[in-house]
Design a protein around this ligand. Sequence first.
Ligand SMILES: [Fe+2]
Ligand SMILES: [Fe+2]
Length: 283
Amino acid sequence: MLNDIAALGEELPVAAHAEETVVRALRRAEEVELFPAAAARILAVADDPDSSLMDLEAAVSSDPSLSAQILRIANSAFYGLSRRVGSLRQALFVLGFEATRNIALGLAVLARGGASGARRAVWRHSLRTGIIAHRAARHLRVDDAGELMVSGLLHDFGKLLMLELGGPPYGEALTTLLGSDEERLTWERQLFGHDHATLGAACLEHWAIPGDICEAVRLHHELALEAVAEHLPAAVVMLADRLEQSGDPGELAPLAATLKLAPKVLHALTEDIAGEEAVLLGL
Ligand SMILES: [Fe+2]
Ligand SMILES: [Fe+2]
């Protein structure tokens, strides 16, 4: 296994230097619009204290597929509304400014992620992690469950960046290399000077994504149980990520207990995920 990893490392035309990797990732993300213009407009509106819901509507509606996804979310089980929301403005009104901004950012940034095999796998895992994180946040009565959803959506954004930088060899490694998370992260650090969690967080910070989201992205593989209380959003994302990957709530018992999530609740977090995923994807 280690020989395979080393061989792949030699193939990859990537300098193992952390700062340079961030600069290259940001440049590449711009080239392929991994951070699209609509996301930048939404951030500008969100940062301006004078902006209104109508300004947000204008920014979101500049991207038609994003508008459709927002409508789907407002009408999905997430918000459990008794009547259907038909217009983008109504949807924004229901979701509220903060939640719309967070969800729109997550979807806009991941919008380019679904094209090919490895990217599609990351996108699907991210979407499911977002759904689970959102459900967990509601159980835990976290104030901003929408922010947890977007943290879940973006938690592996660094993998999309590494796919851009590392090309097919990284994609192949992502889909074929087995081994523990720690082995994969070590391999990423050797190649890029970053693992996907720290690279994703560094780029999202550069784009002024809210701090709690960046922190959850950065810590989703390395949060110790003792630090859970201090970093609740990161702990929820870590739980959602592992639950989505393993599907085995038993493995997560210590983390779930620290979060005070009962085993019954833990099981419910992944129930009928496919149904909600289909709603979000518009299938
Ligand atoms: Fe990850
Ligand atoms: Fe993940």
